[in-house]
Design a protein around this ligand. Structure first.
Ligand code: ZN
Ligand code: ZN
Length: 308
């Protein structure tokens, strides 16, 4: 069953998760943001920041890294959000339980790593009556669940979950059994780049990024394996400012590297051979999901060579 999640967690009144539309501010005092992808931030900058000006009781909970990204996003958009974010945001550490009193309702909340984009988390809510997990977008394999300490209680037994809200882009029948692991995808991309570079030592690799956030592991791995920085536009350097996990691997100087994560038009050496790579998880949700999977298995992975 597919439905649009509206931010409401029935078991915890007065909160909204990943939804900041206007009417939420009439019903809720406490907001949660799982990660900084636009489909989970609906209304955040318009609604939350302006509503916050008139209602100082509003609170936002997100992880430490998501808070940095929010600041950088606001600064890129020319919004002066420093004061508002300072007063509003509680920066959550992973796997640490926070005791909240939401208009008299007691709830314990834990941010759990979601392994999606940088800073992303799932939220575990524990009330007197129930345990609820909100996933957002996540990338955990079944065998990894036993390593999530927040989901284990006394004597390391799994805690019972009464409700799970699976609000993820990839919960589609068509992605079943066809979504490759991120490690497999990165290995595949590395192999294609090596093959290309052997043939065209002065060639350029252009990776068409599916979103501004979420390719951090790929950036780090490519930088490490090919011993080079990755080129992105100024805007993306700004977005990753103060994110030490990623920023050192990026450059805004296109001449410094042969691997580009930037918009196609930014590449300076336009007369070089180019290997274009399109990593996008959503290909696996298409009607051709099986075909795409077969291509990955043959290690082709949407890489196309073109001579320009
Ligand atoms: Zn996402
Ligand atoms: Zn570039």
């Amino acid at each position: 069953m597919v439905f649009n999640f509206d931010g409401c967690i029935r078991e915890v009144p007065g909160i909204s998760v990943d939804c900041f539309t206007k009417h939420k501010f009439d019903e809720c005092s406490t907001f949660f943001l799982s990660h900084c992808h636009s489909d989970h931030m609906t209304g955040l900058f318009d609604g939350f920041l302006s509503n916050f000006q008139s209602n100082k009781k509003l609170k936002l909970f997100c992880t430490v890294v998501s808070e940095i990204i929010l600041r950088n996003m606001a600064s890129i958009d020319g919004i002066d959000a420093t004061a508002v974010l300072d007063q509003t945001v509680t920066k959550m550490m992973f796997d640490q339980e926070y005791d909240l009193d939401i208009d008299g309702f007691q709830v314990k909340v834990t941010a759990i790593k979601a392994k999606h984009c940088t800073g992303s988390c799932m939220f575990l809510f524990k009330t007197e009556c129930s345990n609820v997990l909100y996933t957002g977008d996540f990338r955990h394999l079944p065998h990894q669940l036993k390593f999530i300490s927040a989901l284990r209680g006394f004597r390391k037994k799994n805690i019972p979950l009464d409700t799970i809200y699976v609000d993820t882009t990839f919960l589609l029948g068509s992605t079943k059994n066809s979504l490759p692991t991120i490690n497999k995808t990165i290995r595949c991309i590395i192999r294609e780049i090596k093959k290309f570079s052997r043939k065209y030592p002065k060639g350029i690799v252009l990776i068409i990024r599916p979103a501004n956030l979420g390719s951090e592991l790929m950036i780090r791995e490519l930088a490490r394996v090919f011993n080079t920085k990755i080129h992105v536009e100024d805007k993306l350097c700004e977005l990753y400012k103060d994110i030490d996990y990623v920023r050192p691997f990026l450059t805004n100087d296109p001449s410094e590297t042969f691997i580009h994560f930037c918009k196609q038009g930014d590449i300076s050496a336009k007369d070089s051979e180019t290997c274009e790579i399109h990593p996008t998880a959503l290909s696996f949700a298409s009607n051709d999901a099986r075909k795409v999977q077969e291509e990955v298995d043959r290690m082709v992975m949407s890489a196309t060579l073109r001579n320009t």
